[in-house]
Structures are given as structure tokens and as C-alpha cells.
Design a protein around this ligand. Structure first.
Ligand SMILES: *[C@@H]1O[C@H](CO)[C@@H](O)[C@H](O)[C@H]1NC(C)=O
Ligand SMILES: *[C@@H]1O[C@H](CO)[C@@H](O)[C@H](O)[C@H]1NC(C)=O
Ligand SMILES: *[C@@H]1O[C@H](CO)[C@@H](O)[C@H](O)[C@H]1NC(C)=O
Length: 529
């Protein structure tokens, strides 16, 4: 009997199982984590998934990102590509601790990314055998990150009919525009913009013009087909043919905005509360959490490390912590030099690594002081803990505004990190004003009870895409319209001409009428005299 059931399950699996290629070059931890999660979700549902992850940044190459996905294809970086990976890693981001991240600083990074993927395309072409092997798998669909344009020569070479681009960040205006989604730059900030939904005139201008300006300065690179004679690929025409676009934002957390059916919001797939709740802290952490009744976690993530922050910030944080002796502060600090500034305070625990998820779901942890990376924002919001969000650069500014809108978290400017009084005030506010805990819990409950779970959304849409391929009916015609007709500027102009014409006519008639009246009265007057 059991054998029969197993057989039945297997055959069911076989009937519904598809072949997916998840393509994710190894260049950034959070990107690979997101795509590995997608791959594993599909694998867990019984699909055949190949995770193709050619190396760019070597330091991640031995990390195991995927778990249930068994077929992982790697490719060594060429010497040139390796150099670019080293440049990306050595990109000095420590100055973002005290500097605004502006377009002039973002431009070189974007250029570096474009160069990187172009060189990777040469690297893959030089090892075309890897793709030839993949060709035999006859993939039903490919999933890749929107801006990783090296995916297009791969799609072309492997002849994959179904594209499902994804983005490991929130709302990306550029991609939305290309697939024909309404973009509301007046009220919805771009993923890298440091704004929320209430923007000033200048902020709205920046939010609307940044991406066209970047495009004008950098432009789109040219990719050539791997198939001889290597014609240039018109990938701007390929992008709108995508069946779906998966984005790492959650409609119950992100700013509301108009979307189209093609956009599937799977933000939250990386957080599995069922698993998270089962993970318990070990004895050492257990003891730490038991020392005082209140515990606060401080972490700025793995990219922007605490050890490189200016010493004035470290001193101010220590000073603020010293004012709250009844609170244990657990600070993810990556070096051993904390004795230099710690002043031997007993209530601060320094650790190079913290079991963040296990700590966040532990009832003894009260508040999370975080850099608002999207991963941490998702984890803290699902765990229902109040947060102090101190974004440093990239998409963190927008993430912070996105989460603090729910009033279970507050934003804290990085420029105030050297102000111990402000730090103390914000800590006391979030620790002792019950509204933050209540609101954070409310958001967590809504996220967990979301009508359709992010994993389900991902799975159902990927299966639908694999079965039906490109879906031209989901491609809005508005995408092909000119600005003039889309925004009805033509109608506005015509109406304006008519209104102005009528106005002039009216004025003319009135003038003549007055003239006639005057003439008559003039004549009357002269007669009387
Ligand atoms: C999935 O992989 C298994 C084992 O390699 C193979 O037998 C099966 O045919 C594959 N399924 C599809 C849909 O390609
Ligand atoms: C990864 O593992 C391989 C084989 O064990 C080793 O040669 C290589 O140096 C490792 N890479 C890193 C970055 O540790
Ligand atoms: C710390 O806790 C003790 C006992 O609960 C209390 O008496 C004391 O006022 C607290 N100190 C501060 C600074 O909150």
C-alpha cells in the first residue's frame, strides 16, 4: 500500500515537473541568497532545477547557497573577470558611514556592474561547452536577475522560450517601465532612491529623472549572440516578452502602487516562520539573554561592517548604552578592538557573528537596531519585533521608509550616530512606548496570514509560465504608446486650443458688441444735442 502511494506521488510529480534554469552569477551575497531561495522553492515542489552560478567574486565560491537544489553548475572566472570581482569587493563603501550616497557615486558602480557582466559573457563564450551541456536539458523556463544582461545571450543560445526575470530588491522603476507598468514617480520611490511616498518637489524631480539621466550617461551595453556570426541581441525587445516579473517586495509591507498581472510580488519567500520558530538559540546565547530582562540587538549587516564606522559613532553608541544599564546590548562587531572604546561596560556583548534569525524570534529580544538591508527588514517584520532603522546606503534608505510607515519601527539618521543623546532618546522611545511592539506584531500577523503566501505565488506563477510560455495577452499595449498619447497631452493641447480660441472669439464679439452699443449711444447723444 505504502509503495503504491509513493509510486502515485512520484508519478504525479513526474507529470507536473518542469525543468528550470536559475541563472545567478556569483557577485553578491544577498542576490545569490534570493535566487537560491527561488531555486529551492521550485526543487521542494518536485521540479528539476539547475542552478547555474558562474563565479565573479571568488570569496563566495565555496558557500553553499542552495539546499534542496542538487544540480549546481559553476564556472571559474577568467583572470579579467576576477580582477573586476576584486574591484567590486574593494569598492570603498566605508565612506558611506558619513557621506550621502549620490548619483555621482552610484554611476561608477553601475559602470563596473555593466563591465563585469560583459566580461562574463566573454568568459561564458570561451567555455561554451558548459552551455552545450545545459542545452541537452531542454529547459522549460529560465529565471535570472533583471539587470544581469548576460542572461540574454544565454537565453538566445539555449533557445529557452520562457523568461521569468526577477529582482532581489523592491520596486525598480526601469524594469517596470520596460514591461509597461504604470510608474508613479510622484509618489512611489525607486528602489535605490532615499525617499518614501511623501516627496518634496526636488525629491519628485530626482525620483523621476535619475534613471533617464543614468541611462543617458551610461547607456545600454551591446551583447552579441553566442551563435555565429554573433549578431547583436535586441534584448530591449526580449524583456517585455517575459512571462512574469518576480520582485522581492511584499504588497502588505511596501508602498501601494498600481501594478499589472505580469508583476508578481514574492517579497518574504526568504522568511519561513515555521522553520524560524523551530530554531532555538544555543546554551551560550540562552545565558546571555537571561542576564537582563531587556535585550537589544545591534547589527549593520555583513557588507557595511560596524568595525569600520567612525570612532565618534562607536563612542556615542557606547555612551547611549551606558545610560541604559538594565538593557543588554548585543552588538555584531567584526573585530577584536572593542576594548579600546568599550569602557568595560558589562551590558554590551560583542560578537563577530550572531544567529540573527534565532535571536529575532526569541521572546527575550525586544528591539533590533539594524541597517535596514532588505533581508533584515523582512526578518524583523515577520518576527514582529520593533526596530530602529539606520540605513547607510543603496536600497536601505527606501527599505527603512517602507517599514517605518507601519509605525512598529522608527528611522534613525546615520548622521546622528555620533549623537549619544539622540541615540538614547530613540532607544528609550522604541523600548518603552508600547505602540511600537503592538504595531510590529500587527504587521507580522498580517504578513503571516497574507491571503496567498509568497512561496505559493512563486510556485504557481513559475509553473503557469513553464506550461504556457510567453503570454502576449499580459503585455499592455500602453507600452508602445508615445508619451503624447499615453498622457493624453495631445488631447490636452487640442482642448487648450479650442478653449483659447473660444476665449479670443468671445472677447472679439464682446468688444464689437460694446463698440456697437457705444456707437448707438453716441448717435443718440448727438441727436439729443
Ligand atoms: C528530472 O530529472 C530526472 C532525473 O534526472 C529525470 O528522470 C526527469 O525526466 C526530469 N524531468 C524533466 C521534466 O525533465
Ligand atoms: C574553494 O574550495 C576550493 C577546493 O577546495 C579551493 O581550491 C579554493 O581555494 C576555495 N576558495 C575559497 C575562496 O576559499
Ligand atoms: C534598573 O532596574 C531596577 C530594578 O528593576 C530599577 O530599580 C532601576 O531604577 C533601573 N535603572 C534604570 C536606569 O532604569
Amino acid at each position: 500500500m505504502i509503495k503504491f502511494v509513493v509510486f502515485l506521488l512520484l508519478s504525479l510529480n513526474f507529470v507536473n515537473s518542469y525543468n528550470y534554469l536559475v541563472f545567478c552569477p556569483l557577485f553578491g551575497h544577498s542576490h545569490t541568497t534570493f535566487f537560491a531561495q527561488i531555486a529551492d522553492t521550485l526543487s521542494d515542489a518536485g521540479h528539476n532545477v539547475t542552478f547555474f552560478t558562474p563565479t565573479i567574486v571568488e570569496k563566495y565560491e565555496n558557500m553553499s547557497y542552495v539546499k534542496s537544489t542538487k544540480h549546481v553548475v559553476k564556472l571559474k572566472a577568467s583572470e579579467e573577470l576576477n580582477q573586476l570581482g576584486v574591484r567590486l569587493e574593494s569598492n570603498d563603501i566605508s565612506n558611506f558611514w558619513y557621506r550621502e550616497s549620490t548619483i555621482s557615486e552610484i554611476l561608477p558602480t553601475i559602470e563596473l556592474f555593466q563591465k563585469m557582466f560583459l566580461v562574463q559573457s566573454d568568459n561564458i563564450f570561451d567555455n561554451i561547452g558548459v552551455l552545450d551541456e545545459l542545452k541537452n536539458k531542454k529547459f522549460d523556463a529560465i529565471i535570472y536577475e533583471t539587470f544581469v544582461l548576460v542572461a540574454y545571450p544565454i537565453i538566445d543560445y539555449l533557445g529557452i522560450k520562457t523568461q521569468i526575470p526577477a529582482i532581489s530588491m523592491t520596486h525598480d522603476i526601469d524594469t517596470a517601465r520596460v514591461i509597461g507598468e504604470t510608474i508613479m514617480t510622484s509618489a512611489v520611490a525607486d528602489t535605490m532612491a532615499p525617499f518614501g511616498d511623501r516627496m518634496t518637489l526636488i525629491e519628485r524631480t530626482i525620483n523621476s529623472l535619475a534613471s533617464p539621466i543614468i541611462k543617458t550617461f551610461i547607456g545600454w551595453p551591446t551583447y552579441y549572440s553566442f551563435t555565429q556570426p554573433g549578431k547583436p541581441l535586441d534584448y530591449m525587445k526580449m524583456i517585455p516578452k517575459s512571462t512574469f516579473l518576480l520582485i522581492n517586495s511584499n504588497p502588505y509591507m511596501d508602498f501601494p502602487r498600481p501594478t499589472i498581472t505580469k508583476t508578481v510580488q514574492i517579497g518574504g519567500i526568504s522568511v519561513d516562520m515555521g522553520i524560524m520558530r523551530d530554531v532555538k538559540v544555543d546554551q551560550e546565547w540562552n545565558d546571555i539573554l537571561n542576564i537582563r530582562e531587556i535585550n537589544v540587538l545591534i547589527s549593520f549587516g555583513t557588507v557595511q561592517q560596524s568595525q569600520f564606522m567612525p570612532s565618534s559613532y562607536k563612542a556615542a553608541i557606547i555612551e547611549a548604552c551606558s545610560k541604559l544599564p538594565n538593557v543588554t546590548f548585543i552588538w555584531k562587531y567584526e573585530a577584536d578592538d572593542y576594548n579600546k572604546f568599550n569602557r568595560d561596560l558589562p551590558n554590551i556583548i560583542f560578537r563577530k557573528w550572531i544567529p540573527q534569525r534565532a535571536l529575532l524570534v526569541d521572546s527575550r529580544v525586544n528591539v533590533f537596531f539594524t541597517h535596514a538591508g532588505l533581508g533584515s527588514v523582512n526578518e524583523v517584520s515577520y518576527s514582529g519585533k520593533p526596530a530602529i532603522l539606520c540605513p547607510i546606503f543603496a536600497d536601505q534608505m527606501r527599505n527603512a521608509k517602507m517599514l517605518s510607515r507601519h509605525e512598529g519601527a522608527v528611522e534613525f539618521s546615520k548622521f546622528n550616530l555620533d549623537n549619544s543623546e539622540k541615540l538614547e532618546t530613540v532607544l528609550k522611545e522604541v523600548l518603552y512606548n508600547p505602540k511600537y511592539a503592538e504595531n510590529a506584531l500587527g504587521l507580522a500577523r498580517r504578513l503571516e496570514k497574507q491571503p496567498i503566501k509568497p512561496k505559493q505565488l512563486l510556485l504557481k506563477h513559475c509553473e503557469f509560465a513553464a506550461e504556457f510560455g510567453e503570454l502576449p495577452s499580459l503585455d499592455p499595449y500602453s507600452r508602445n504608446m508615445s508619451y503624447f498619447s499615453y498622457f493624453m497631452i495631445d488631447i490636452f493641447l487640442i482642448l487648450s486650443v479650442i478653449v483659447i480660441g473660444l476665449f479670443i472669439l468671445g472677447f472679439y464679439i464682446l468688444k464689437n458688441l460694446l463698440f456697437i452699443v457705444k456707437m448707438i449711444s453716441f448717435k443718440k447723444n448727438t441727436k439729443l444735442e
